[in-house]
Design a protein around this ligand. Structure first.
Ligand code: PMP
Length: 356
C-alpha cells in the first residue's frame, strides 16, 4: 500500500449521507425538493452536441455573475459548488503549522478540507443557545490563525450572525483569510458582498445548490479582494465548472421570480412547521434558511428510525445532542413528515412534557 501524507492518513472517509432506495423523501441535505427553474431546464434541453465537445468557458460566467453581484470579474471565481471555494482557500492559505478556526457545530466539509492541509483545527463552540459568540472567536485568534470560517446563516442551526460581529473578527485577524460562507444567503437577504474590495481579508462563498435548486449542477462562487483572488486563481483547474452550469447561469440568474417564489414557499412552510412543533412541545431554533434544527431529546433515535422506515431521510446531528436537522420540503412533503412525527409523539408522549 502506498503511503499517503500523514495528515491524510489520519483522516476518516467522509460519507455523504445519500441514502438507499427505501428513501423517497430526502429532507436531509437542504436541497430544494421543488427542483430548478423551468427556464434552466429548457436551456439544458436546447444545448447541442458541439457545445459539449468543447471545454467550458468559465470567464463568460464570471462576467455574468460578477455583474449580478455588483463586484469586479477579477474579484470572483466560479467554483464547483461552494465546496470547491472552501477547498481552494484551505489549499491557498493553510500550511501544516497554521490554525484554522471554525465555529461548531459546523458544516462538515470545513474540517475535511482543512485536515487535508495538515493545519490545526481550532473548534470554537457557540454560546449555550447555539448563537455565535464573537468573544469566544476573538479569544481563539493567535498569531498562527491563517483562516476563520463564519457561516451566515449557520448550518446546522439556521441562526444568523450580526454584521458587527463579523466586522470585529475581520479586524481582529488581518493576517487570516476570513471566509464568510453565505450558502443560505437567499433565504436571509443580508450579505457582506458590499465589503468586497474594501476589506482585504474577507472572502464570501455562494452556491446555486440551495435557493436555485441546482445542487446537481455543482455551481458556486468564491469572491474576495483582487489581490487575494489572483493568488487563489493560481491553484484552480481551468475547467472546474462544467458547461451545463456555465450555459445555464444566465437563465438561473434571470428567473428572479422562480427564486423569490421558492424562498417565500420555504418561509411560509418553515413557519407552519414551527407552529406544529410548538404544538408538540418540541424545541427548535429560529431559522433563516431552508431547514430547521429540532431538539427531540431522548426521542432522537426513534424519530430517525421511524422516519427511515417510512421512506423519509432527516439529518442526524450528533454534534447537537438530541437534535435532528430537517430540510424544508414542499407543504405536502412537510405534512407527510409531520404526520409520522405525530404518530411517534402519540406513542411516546414523554417529550410533550419537555419545556420549550
Ligand atoms: N456551505 C454550507 C454552509 C452548506 O450547507 C453547503 C451545502 N450543504 C455548502 C457550503 C456546499 O454547497 P455546494 O453544494 O455548493 O458545494
Amino acid at each position: 500500500m502506498l503511503k499517503a501524507r500523514q495528515c491524510v492518513r489520519e483522516m476518516r472517509v467522509y460519507h455523504s449521507p445519500l441514502c438507499g432506495p427505501e428513501i423517497d423523501l430526502r429532507l436531509d441535505l437542504n436541497e430544494s425538493t421543488t427542483g430548478c427553474s423551468p427556464r434552466v431546464l429548457a436551456k439544458i434541453r436546447s444545448l447541442d452536441a458541439k457545445l459539449l465537445a468543447l471545454y467550458p468557458d468559465r470567464e463568460s460566467g464570471e462576467k455574468l455573475l460578477s455583474d449580478f453581484l455588483g463586484v469586479k470579474a477579477e474579484e470572483l471565481l466560479l467554483t464547483n459548488g461552494a465546496d470547491e471555494g472552501i477547498d481552494l482557500l484551505c489549499r491557498a492559505y493553510l500550511d501544516s503549522e497554521d490554525e484554522l478556526i471554525i465555529i461548531v457545530p459546523a458544516f462538515a466539509m470545513y474540517e475535511v478540507f482543512a485536515q487535508s492541509t495538515g493545519a490545526r483545527i481550532v473548534r470554537v463552540s457557540t454560546a449555550a443557545d447555539l448563537s455565535f459568540s464573537v468573544e469566544k472567536v476573538l479569544q481563539a485568534i493567535t498569531p498562527r490563525t491563517r483562516m476563520i470560517v463564519i457561516t451566515n446563516p449557520n448550518n446546522p442551526t439556521g441562526l444568523a450572525v450580526d454584521r458587527a460581529d463579523i466586522l470585529r473578527v475581520l479586524q481582529a485577524a488581518p493576517s487570516a483569510a476570513v471566509l464568510l460562507d453565505e450558502a443560505y444567503f437567499d433565504f436571509y437577504g443580508q450579505t457582506m458582498m458590499d465589503q468586497i474590495g474594501k476589506i482585504p481579508n474577507l472572502f464570501i462563498a455562494r452556491t446555486f445548490s440551495k435557493a436555485y435548486g441546482l445542487a446537481g449542477m455543482r455551481l458556486g462562487a468564491l469572491v474576495g479582494a483582487v489581490e487575494q483572488m489572483s493568488v487563489v486563481r493560481r491553484i484552480i483547474a481551468p475547467f472546474n465548472v462544467n458547461a451545463f452550469a456555465i450555459e445555464c447561469l444566465k437563465e438561473a440568474l434571470d428567473d428572479r421570480q422562480f427564486v423569490a417564489n421558492y424562498v417565500e414557499q420555504v418561509r411560509s412552510t418553515r413557519e407552519s412547521l414551527g407552529q406544529q412543533l410548538d404544538a408538540m412541545g418540541l424545541k427548535y431554533w429560529p431559522s433563516f434558511t431552508n431547514f430547521l434544527l429540532v431538539n427531540f431529546r431522548e426521542l432522537r433515535q426513534s424519530v430517525l428510525d421511524t422516519m427511515t422506515a417510512r421512506g423519509i431521510a432527516l439529518r442526524d446531528r450528533p454534534d447537537c445532542p438530541g437534535c435532528i436537522r430537517i430540510s424544508i420540503g414542499t407543504p405536502p412533503e412537510i405534512e407527510r413528515m409531520v404526520s409520522v412525527l405525530k404518530e411517534i409523539m402519540v406513542e411516546k408522549p414523554v417529550v410533550q412534557q419537555v419545556a420549550k
